[in-house]
Design a binder for this molecule. Sequence first.
Ligand code: CP
Ligand code: NVA
Length: 314
Amino acid sequence: LARTKKKDFLTIGALQEEELNDLLQEAAALKKAHKEGKETPYLKGKVLGMIFEKSSTRTRVSFEAGMLQLGGHALFLSSRDIQLGRGETIHDTAKVLSRYVDCLMIRTFAHETIESFARHADVPVINGLTDLHHPTQVLADLLTIQEYKGQLAGLKICYLGDGNNNMCHSLLEGAAKAGMHMSVAAPEGYLPNAGILAGAQKEAAKKGVCIEMGQNPEEMIRNADVVITDVWASMGQEDETKKRLEDLQDYQVNESLCKLAKKDFLFLHCLPAHRGEEVTEAVIDGPHSAVFDEAENRLHAHKAILKKLLENVE
Ligand code: CP
Ligand code: NVA
C-alpha cells in the first residue's frame, strides 16, 4: 500500500536551483489566479495533515486556507491532542497518518525529528519550522523580494541579530541558491550553524556571490537591497530571553542603521515581531517594510509547494 518516490520539502538547501525557480514561478502564477478570482482545484480530494508542536498563526492558517483554495482539505493536529504528545513514536505516527492523508506538514523542535518523520512517512513531508530551518517562510521571502525588486540574482541581503536561528539558516541557503549576496551581522555566540554556513558559502562561490559574516552591523548592512531580522528569542528559548536581549541589543534594525542600506531597501521580518527589540516601530511600520505582503505570500508559496509535491507523487 505504501507509495514510493515521494519527495519532501525539508530545507531550501536540498532543492535544485531549477526546483526553486519552478516553485517561485508556480507561487506567482497561483497568486495571480487567486487575485483574478480563478479557481485552482489542483488538489481536489487531497488531504494535508498538519502537526504542530509549537504555536503558529501564519503557517497554520495559510496552509489550511491554501489547501482549501486548491480544492483539498487540511487537518490541524496539535501535539497536545494527538497521541504523539503522550509518547507515541514518530515512527508509528508517520506510518499511521500516511494511511489517511496525502501529505504531512510538521512544526517541531529538533531538526532530526522531522528527518526521522520524513523517513518513516510514506507521503511527502513539509517542514513547517524546526529549530534549525524555516524553509516555507524563506520561499515566501524570496517571492516577496522578486515581486518588489524584479529579480533575485545579484541583490544583497543583510540579516541582523541571532545568526544561529532557523530564519538565518534558511535565508543563507536561499540566498546562495538564488545567487544573492548575503551578509550576516551577529555577535560571538550567535553565529550560524557552521555546517549550514559552509554549505551556503560553497553554493554561493559556485554562483560567484559572496556570503560574509561580521560583528559590525554598520559594515554588514552597507548597500543592502534587503534588510531582514527575526526575534532574538525563538520558540523554545523563552528562558534565555533576558540574556539574549542584552547580547543582541546592538543589532537592532532602526532608522539610523538603515540609512546605510540602499535608499530603496526592502525590510522583511517573518513575524511575529517584537517591536522595540529586534526592530523599531519606525522601520517595521515604515515605508520600506513589506512584512504583510511577505506574510500573504506564505499562502501562495505553500500552495506551490503542495502542488509540486503532490503532483509528483506516483
Ligand atoms: N512566520 C511564521 O512562521 O509565523 P507563525 O509562527 O505564526 O506560523
Ligand atoms: N525564529 C522564530 C521564527 C518564528 C516564525 C522561532 O523559531 O520562534
